[in-house]
Design a protein around this ligand. Structure first.
Ligand SMILES: [Zn+2]
Length: 798
C-alpha cells in the first residue's frame, strides 16, 4: 500500500515540475466561478513519503460539513463558494473545504457523497522550487543553516541568548528554542512568552519571522529602551522550527506522517492531558509547557492571512472562550499592525477558530485550555512558503505586531504565592472564582510567581497549594495595566499572638513594629495603647520587636497556641530634639554670624559626640563657648564630647565671618552631626543665603567737583566702586549743561569718559551710577566749568 503511494508520490513530483510554470498560488479561489465553484481535478500530488494529498470538497449543506468532522478528516481551510471567508454567526452557506486525505479517505468521502477533487500541493511545489537545499537563487536556508544562525546568535549574545533543545524529532533532529532574557536559565519571577513556528513543515514564513525577532531583540539589547526592558523583564522563548523533519522533507507532517497541530490533548476528542503515546515533537512541547508558565504564546502558520483564536473546537454553548474579548482586543493590536492580516478577508483580520472550521488537537486550544496560556494561531502568508527573497515584506508586516503582542504580558494579574511561615515559593494554583475554564493560573514553583493576562474587571482569586489552606482575595484589573496580589499560605489554622509594648523606664506605650523573622508576618502596635494582635501561621519564629529610640528585642516563640507576648523596651539615647540655628539668615560677605547648637537628649544619659564642620566659605572668628564641657576647634571643625543627660542639654555657641567675594544668592550650608553611639548620627543643618551688597558710592571725580577754568578738552574720570560680593561693576554716565543732565553712556566698564570738545565758558554737570548687575548706586552730581573764550588780537597789525 505504502509502496504504491510512494510511487505515485514520485510521479507527482515529476508532474509538478512540468506544471510549475503555470502554477497559481491562489489556485482555489482563482478558479472558483459562481456556476462552477470547483477546480478541475488533477492527479493527486502527495506529500513526500506519504499517500496524503490536498483536495477540495464541495459542501452543499451543514450536514456535509458534519461529515468531515465525523470522519475526522484533516482539513485546513473553508471558504464560501465565492471565495469569501465564513462570516461569524451566519447561517451555513455552500462552501469549499481544503482537506488532506489519503486514498482510503477519498473513497470514504466519495461514498458519503462528497467527492474530493485533488488540487495542486502548493507547499510541496514551493519546496521543490525553492525549498531548503534547492539550488534556486531564492532558496530557503537548510535546517542546518538555521541551526548555525541560532548558534551564531547565542555566541554573539551569550549573556542574553540561550539556545536550548527541548527534545528531538522522529528522525532525531533537535527541537531548538532560543531563550532571550537577561539571565537565561535562571528563574526570575518574570512572565514567560513563546512564539513557535513551522508545526506544518511546509509552512515556513514563521520560521524566518521568529528567527529575525530573536536577532532583533538581541542586537537591540542595551540600545532600544523598550526591547531592553523586554529582555530584562520577561523570559521570551522563540522556537523557529517546530517540525524539523517536515521542514527538511518539505511536508506538512512529521516523519510519522502525523499532523503535529492535531496531536495535542483536546477538550472533546482526547481530554486526558498526558504526553504519553503522542508524537515525540508533541511530547517535547507539552513538557516544555509544563516546565514553564507561558503567559502568552502563538504558533505561526501559512496558507491564509488571519489571526485565529480559541476555541478551535466547540461542542455547544458557550461557544466563546471566557477570554473572548481579550483575544479580540489583543488580536486587534496585532492585525491592525499587519496589513496582510488586516486585508486577509476576515473582519478585523481575525476569526474564532471554530467559526472558520473546527480542528481538534491543536496547540492553541491545548495551551489555552490546559495551561491557561493566552495562545493564538497566526496564519501570516497566503502562500504556505513564499520564496525566501519575499521575507523582508513579511518581516515589515510582522515586526512591530510581534513586539507589541509580546508586551501584553505586562498587563493583567500577577503576584507570588509563598509559604506564610518562611516565604518559600509554592507550587500553587490561583483560581479565578466563578469563571469558566481556563480559570486556573499556575505558579512557577521556583519563584512562586504567577501571571495571567485578563480583561479589565473585578476578580476573586483563590490561591491554593497541596498541604496548605487556600486564601481568597479580591482584585480589580484596569485595562492595560498590571494588578499585583501576593498570597501567603499556611498549612493550618493560625493562632493569635497579642500583647503590648511599653518603654521599660517610663511604662509609656510604644508604637512598635513586631516582626516574625523570615516570614512576611508583621504588625504594628497601637501608638496610644501599645497593643498589638496578629494571626500567625503555626511555627517557631524569632520575634523581633523594635521601636524608635529604643533597643529592639528578640525572642524565640513557638506558635502552637494563642499567646500573649508583652515587651518592655529599654530606651536608647535620643538626640532627635537637637537643633542648630544661626543669628542671621541672609548675611553679607564679611558679616559675623553666630551659630548655636542646642543638643538635647530625650533618652537615657549617654556619651555624646558633636561634630560641626565649617564649610570653606566661612572662617571661625575664635569665639566658642559651651554651657558645659569644653568645646574646641580643630581642622575646620567645632567639636564637643561629653555625657549628656535628659535634664541638662548643652548649648554651644560660636561665631564665624563670611568670606569676602561670596556671590550674592550663594548658599552657605553648615551641617552639625550629633552621635549618641547607638542610633546612628542625627544631623541638623543651617543654610545661609548670601545677600547682595550694593556697590560703593562713586567718588574722587576729575575734574574736582566745582572746578573752574577747565580746558575744553577735559575728559572725565572717577574712582572705581567696589562691592562685597566682588561683582563686576559697570557705570552709567550722565553729562550735560543742565543741572539734571541726561544719561549719555551706559554700561561703561572703564572709570573714565571723554565727552569730546566742550564749549568754552560753560558750566557742566555730571554724575555716575555704579551697577553690580542686581542693584545700582547713583553718585552725587558733580560740576565744573570751562575757560571763557578769549580773542587774541594780532599786535603786529597795529
Ligand atoms: Zn499550518
Amino acid at each position: 500500500m505504502l509502496n504504491r503511494w510512494m510511487k505515485i508520490s514520485v510521479l507527482s513530483a515529476f508532474l509538478i515540475l512540468g506544471l510549475f510554470l503555470v502554477f497559481i498560488p491562489t489556485f482555489v479561489s482563482a478558479s472558483l466561478q459562481p456556476d462552477d465553484p470547483l477546480p478541475t481535478a488533477i492527479p493527486p500530488e502527495t506529500y513526500p513519503n506519504s499517500n496524503t494529498y490536498p483536495a477540495v470538497v464541495y459542501l452543499a449543506t451543514q450536514d456535509d460539513l458534519q461529515i468531515l468532522y465525523r470522519l475526522v478528516i484533516d482539513f485546513e481551510g473553508l471558504r464560501y463558494v465565492d471565495g469569501a471567508p465564513p462570516t461569524s454567526g451566519a447561517a451555513f452557506r455552500p462552501s469549499i473545504a481544503t482537506v488532506y486525505i489519503n486514498p482510503d479517505q477519498a473513497q470514504t468521502l466519495s461514498r458519503a457523497g462528497l467527492s474530493p477533487i485533488p488540487i495542486p500541493n502548493e507547499g510541496y511545489r514551493s519546496f521543490l522550487a525553492y525549498g531548503p537545499g534547492s539550488n534556486a537563487p531564492d532558496a530557503w536556508p537548510t535546517f542546518d543553516q538555521f541551526v548555525a544562525r541560532m548558534q551564531a546568535l547565542e555566541t554573539a549574545h551569550s549573556d542574553i541568548v540561550d539556545l536550548v533543545s527541548i527534545g528531538n524529532s522522529v528522525l532525531g533532529k533537535p527541537l531548538y528554542c532560543m531563550e532571550i532574557t537577561d539571565f537565561p536559565g535562571v528563574d526570575e519571577g518574570e512572565p514567560e512568552f513563546k512564539y513557535t513556528a513551522n508545526h506544518h513543515g511546509d509552512e515556513t514564513t514563521g520560521v524566518e519571522m521568529t528567527m529575525r525577532l530573536a536577532e532583533l531583540l538581541a542586537s537591540n539589547y542595551g540600545i532600544d529602551p523598550v526591547m531592553t526592558d523586554m529582555v530584562d523583564k520577561m523570559e521570551i522563548w522563540l522556537c523557529p522550527i517546530y517540525n524539523p523533519d517536515g521542514y527538511i522533507a518539505g511536508t506538512r507532517y512529521n516523519a510519522h506522517n502525523k499532523d503535529l497541530n492535531r496531536d495535542f490533548p483536546d477538550r472533546f476528542t482526547d481530554p486526558i492531558d498526558d504526553p504519553t503515546g503522542r508524537e515525540p515533537e508533541t511530547q517535547a512541547y507539552m513538557y516544555f509547557g509544563y516546565d514553564h508558565r507561558f503567559v502568552m504564546g502563538a504558533n505561526y502558520h501559512g496558507g491564509a492571512q488571519v489571526l485565529n483564536y480559541p476555541w478551535d473546537a466547540v461542542s455547544g454553548p458557550p461557544y466563546n472562550a471566557p477570554d473572548d474579548q481579550l483575544f479580540f482586543d489583543f488580536g486587534l493590536g496585532y492585525t491592525s499592525r499587519n496589513s496582510y492580516l488586516w486585508n486577509g478577508g476576515w473582519p478585523y483580520g481575525m476569526t474564532r477558530g471554530w467559526e472558520w472550521y473546527m480542528i481538534y488537537g491543536g496547540m492553541q486550544d491545548w495551551a489555552y485550555n490546559y495551561r491557561g496560556e493566552h495562545h493564538v494561531t497566526l496564519e501570516i502568508s497566503n502562500t504556505k512558503s513564499p520564496a525566501y527573497n519575499q521575507m523582508d515584506l513579511y518581516w515589515n508586516q510582522n515586526r512591530d505586531a510581534m513586539l507589541w503582542w509580546i508586551q501584553r504580558v505586562w498587563t493583567g494579574l500577577s503576584g507570588q504565592v509563598l509559604d506564610a511561615r518562611d516565604n518559600t515559593p509554592l507550587d500553587a494554583t490561583v483560581t479565578l472564582v466563578g469563571r469558566d475554564i481556563p480559570n486556573t493560573i499556575h505558579t512557577d514553583p521556583e519563584v512562586g510567581d504567577y501571571h495571567r493576562v485578563i480583561s479589565a474587571g473585578d476578580y476573586t482569586l483563590d490561591a491554593s497549594a497541596d498541604g496548605y489552606q487556600s486564601e481568597i482575595s479580591n482584585v480589580t484589573v484596569i485595562s492595560g495595566t498590571l494588578s499585583s496580589r501576593d498570597f501567603y499560605l499556611c498549612p493550618e489554622d493560625p493562632w493569635i499572638v497579642s500583647g503590648y509594648v511599653t518603654d521599660a523606664v517610663t511604662g509609656i506605650p510604644l508604637q512598635a513594629t513586631i516582626e516574625f523573622i523570615g516570614s512576611h508576618q508583621v504588625v504594628n502596635s497601637d501608638p496610644v495603647t501599645g497593643d498589638y494582635s496578629i494571626e500567625i501561621c503555626p511555627a517557631s519564629y524569632t520575634m523581633h520587636v523594635s521601636a524608635l529610640w529604643h533597643y529592639s528585642e528578640e525572642r524565640i516563640v513557638t506558635v502552637d497556641h494563642s499567646q500573649t507576648q508583652d515587651y518592655a523596651l529599654l530606651p536608647t539615647p535620643n538626640l532627635s530634639p537637637s537643633e542648630k540655628s544661626a543669628s542671621a539668615s541672609m548675611p553679607l560677605p564679611m558679616d559675623v554670624v553666630h551659630y548655636q547648637l542646642l543638643v538635647k537628649n530625650a533618652g537615657i544619659t549617654a556619651t555624646i559626640s558633636i561634630t560641626d564642620t565649617l564649610p570653606m566659605s566661612i572662617t571661625w572668628t575664635g569665639e566658642l563657648t559651651a554651657t558645659q564641657g569644653i568645646p574646641f576647634f580643630d581642622a575646620g571643625q567645632i567639636l564637643w564630647q561629653g555625657e549628656l543627660s535628659p535634664s541638662q542639654p548643652v548649648t554651644i555657641t560660636y561665631a564665624v565671618s563670611l568670606n569676602q567675594c561670596l556671590p550674592a544668592d550663594s548658599a552657605v550650608l553648615n551641617i552639625a552631626e550629633f552621635d549618641d553611639g547607638v542610633n546612628g548620627i542625627v544631623t541638623s543643618k543651617v543654610q545661609l543665603d548670601v545677600a547682595n551688597a550694593v556697590p560703593t558710592l562713586p567718588g574722587s571725580p576729575s575734574p574736582l567737583d566745582g572746578a573752574v577754568s577747565q580746558p575744553i578738552t577735559t575728559s572725565l574720570s572717577w574712582a572705581a566702586s567696589t562691592d562685597l560680593n566682588c561683582d563686576p561693576i559697570t557705570y552709567d554716565l550722565a553729562f550735560g549743561t543742565s543741572p539734571t543732565p541726561p544719561i549719555v553712556e551706559t554700561d561703561l566698564s572703564a572709570t573714565n569718559y571723554d565727552p569730546g570738545a566742550l564749549l568754552p565758558g560753560t558750566t557742566y554737570y555730571w554724575y555716575v551710577i555704579a551697577h553690580d548687575g542686581l542693584t545700582q548706586t547713583p553718585g552725587p552730581t558733580w560740576t565744573f566749568s570751562t575757560s571763557p573764550l578769549i580773542t587774541f588780537l594780532p599786535l603786529t597789525i597795529k
